[in-house]
Design a protein around this ligand. Sequence first.
Ligand code: PBG
Length: 319
Amino acid sequence: MRRMRQSEAMRRLVAETRVSVDDLVAPLFVRDDIEDRVPIESMPGQFQHSRESLLVEAKHLSSLGLPALILFGVPSSKDSVGSGAFDPDGVVQRTLGDLKDALGDKIVLISDLCLDEYTDHGHCGVLDADGRVDNDATLERYQQVAVAQARAGADVVAPSGMMDGQVRAVRNALDAAGYRDVAILSYAAKYASALYGPFRDAVNVEIAGGGSRRSYQQDPRNKREAFEEVSLDIGEGADMVMVKPAMTSLDVIAAVRDLVNVPLGAYCVSGEYSMLKAASQRGWIDGPVAEVELITVVKRAGADFIVTYSAKDLAEVMN
Ligand code: PBG
């Protein structure tokens, strides 16, 4: 076997998996009450952007050749139903408008579609009288969010709340409002993971009463359940599906790849990024090499594209 590993050129010749800038999607955070970008402490190298700094960053990412970005909002005020998520003047809607004006179709604008950044209780949906996440009442809010994001300029909306029936609800609302061309990337198999910790810092979210998302996100002990989730979402009209987190779901990514023919994404989440950064800052691992290794194995497992906070760093070295 070692004859094929003798030189870098030989290894390049026989490599089965190749990653390129085309595989990467950059997540970005935009906050409405700041003048300039604010570093996110638990995610070194990532920022809460102002609308202005986000535009500069997005132009840079586009010039690096990244095909897509996914946008998350950090609103200054929150309420029980997450109104900021569907307010036409909400921070994500205004930013989508800025991006569409400045970049047109040069980069695909994906908008995360959820309520958790916008609710005062931090859940991904609205609550019923007993304080439980109310599935169907949440779907109506998601429909409002989808239409607001589409109207603002989103090319793709990405429902991430793991409510049952969310893809069909969003598709119906988009079609009824005349946004037939807006695509849906569903976070189809999204596990309740401790690896989302730094993200909650990034979007200033605390789940009320020390609560968790285990009543809607998937149990990491389950794999077959992911096939059910993915099949339902495709049946409801998802154009693309995503598995999340990536590093801890390689078996799920591989199996979903065999099961479906739509484009498959994987999300290398905040905790995956922060673990690598923290160890690299201590000199315990070679961070840049580890980041390339991670996206390579996620692609090897079967992902067509990878959402990663390392997208910019990777694009800079790949170009
Ligand atoms: C929900 C959402 C979350 C992430 C993406 N969309 C948070 C959650 O489910 O708690 C996590 C992303 C990450 O950790 O990088 N709006």
